[in-house]
Design a protein around this ligand. Structure first.
Ligand SMILES: Nc1ncnc2c1ncn2[C@@H]1O[C@H](COP(=O)(O)OP(=O)(O)OP(=O)(O)O)[C@@H](O)[C@H]1O
Length: 333
């Protein structure tokens, strides 16, 4: 079991309030990801859940029991950090076993759990090595292994992949997804990486300046952002925003259109545009255009396209895919 309930969680450092009343429900077995701009309070919220920071006020329940005053070691939580936080003088095996030894777990039980975690994470060949003799990805797997052996109710991950190179990030991301499927454990994960958030999460929590902007599945947030902030934050390249009046829309204040919802033609279309810059990504082509109506406009086309800067083109938005926002920046549904 590992359900979590946060009610009106506030946290201030001195007179700087970093968390301004967070409400959140996490179901047993869910994979929840916190995203938001730098400094919005993601890590602080994770540390409050772990008990590494005391909340200024609010309630935090795990499986229905209040734990806001419970010390970290008694919350049944294991945390995996970006920095691995392994002991350099201990072997991989001893690093994984240490927490259990300190908790007075039976020797045979420690052997069994470490062997199981090691096999799950393909760490068997490295058990006798020290952290300095491992790659970054292997070290992160040891840090995850150390969390698994404790059989926590809740796993917390603070940007666990950010020290890894691109290929290793993908591989470790897949391993974490597989681990979640096998362990069926509740996981809460902080990341800057949109792809990680979109691919791993059952539920994404978008934070901004210490408040929750929206909670939903990745596709809910992508297809039905509740406000301008979420619309602009989720999705890369970013959604285009256009003053609604310029499109003859009298009720909305702002209209949003995702780069992939704009068609391009050399012959005809709604907005005459000049190509400013082209990015060839292989599978996709990203074009930055300038139009009289919209100003700068980003367009994403599937596949390879032979457009060049200064080409004159015509852009046509897919009307059914427009997002509309009112003067309070809330989505008009
Ligand atoms: N121990 C502390 N003392 C004072 N201020 C702190 C402390 N820890 C964090 N803060 C401040 O709280 C705010 C939120 O920090 P936090 O690390 O939670 O943000 P974040 O969303 O995780 O940012 P990032 O994405 O850059 O890691 C920041 O303004 C930060 O400077």
């Amino acid at each position: 079991m590992g359900s979590l309930q946060l009610k009106s969680i506030r946290k201030a450092f001195g007179d700087h309030e970093v968390l301004k009343g967070i409400d959140l429900e996490v179901k047993d077995g869910e994979f929840v990801i916190f995203v938001g701009p730098s400094g919005c309070g993601k890590s602080t919220l994770l540390r409050v859940i772990a008990g590494l920071e005391d909340a200024t006020s609010g309630s935090l329940q795990i499986d229905g029991a209040e734990v806001i005053n419970t010390p970290p070691a008694k919350r049944g939580i294991a945390m995996v950090f970006q920095s691995y936080a392994l002991y350099p003088h201990l072997t991989v095996k001893d690093n994984m076993a240490l927490g259990l030894k300190q908790a007075g777990t039976d020797k045979q039980e420690i052997e069994t759990r470490v062997a199981k975690a090691s096999s799950m994470l393909s760490l068997d060949p490295y058990l006798a090595r020290r952290p300095a003799e491992l790659s970054g990805g292997q070290r992160q797997r040891v840090a995850i292994g150390r969390a698994i052996v404790r059989e926590p109710k809740l796993f917390l991950f603070d940007e666990p992949l950010s020290n890894l190179d691109a290929a290793l990030r993908v591989q470790t991301r897949l391993e974490i997804a597989g681990l979640h499927r096998r362990l069926k454990a509740t996981m809460i994960y902080v990341t800057h990486d949109q792809v990680e958030a979109m691919t791993l999460a059952d539920k994404i929590v978008v934070l901004n300046a210490g408040r929750v902007e929206q909670i939903g599945s990745p596709m809910e947030l992508y297809n039905r952002p509740a406000n301008l902030f979420v619309a602009g934050f989720i999705g890369s390249p970013q959604m285009n925003f256009i003053e609604a009046g310029k499109l003859g829309d009298g009720t909305a204040k702002t209209v949003g259109i995702r780069p992939e919802h704009i068609a391009l033609s050399r012959d005809s279309g709604e907005w005459k545009a000049k190509v400013i810059h082209v990015e060839h990504l292989g599978a996709d082509t990203i074009l930055y255009l300038e139009t009289d109506v919209t100003g700068l406009l980003t367009v994403r086309l599937f596949g390879e396209h032979a457009y060049s800067p200064d080409d004159v083109v015509f852009a046509t938005p897919d009307r059914a895919s427009l997002h509309r926002f009112d003067a309070q920046e809330q989505a008009i549904l």
